[in-house]
Design a protein around this ligand. Structure first.
Ligand code: DQA
Length: 148
């Protein structure tokens, strides 16, 4: 199984940005922990981060040719603004799990709407860095079920 983990704008600032909302861990730590969890389950994991909407869109499009089985996506603020990312997800057959480190529903109202949620398999929000591993677990459970 091959999983892509895509992080959007400002997530490269984890550890430095708004620590009360996002904690003190860095993106490198998130990716390292996720890689270890993936390896333990024999999953090939590729992690990428971009501050550019078009680059995220290109990676989502490319996920089919890359034969990814799933995408863990934290689109950051693009979650609340980007019809283009929503359309990119709808254009591929690769399932996407939307994740947010903070509980977006406990925060400002503009974070309550997600353009991505209607085209995602599901959404995991508010468990800090664990959201990435929870999303990975969801793909692992799906694999188990599909193999039955
Ligand atoms: C975020 C929540 C978004 O509202 C915000 O713009 C982010 C991070 C999260 O992980 O909690 O950049 O996606």
């Amino acid at each position: 199984m091959r999983i892509l983990c895509l992080n959007g704008p400002n997530l490269n600032r984890l550890g430095k940005r708004e620590k009360e909302a996002y904690g003190t861990f860095t993106l490198a730590e998130v990716e390292q922990d996720l890689k270890a969890a993936a390896e333990a389950e024999d999953i090939e994991l590729e992690c990428r981060q971009s501050n550019h909407e078009g680059e995220l869109i290109d990676w989502i499009h490319g996920s089919e040719e890359e034969q990814a089985d799933g995408i863990i996506l934290n689109a950051g603020a693009f979650t609340h603004t980007s019809v283009a990312i929503r359309d990119a997800i709808a254009s591929v057959t690769v399932p996407v799990i939307e994740v947010h480190i903070s509980n977006v529903y406990r925060r400002e109202e503009f974070r309550h709407h997600s353009f991505i949620a209607p085209v995602a398999e599901g959404q995991i929000t508010g468990f800090g860095q664990d959201v990435y591993e929870l999303a990975l677990q969801a793909f692992i459970l799906k694999r188990k079920r599909d193999q039955r």
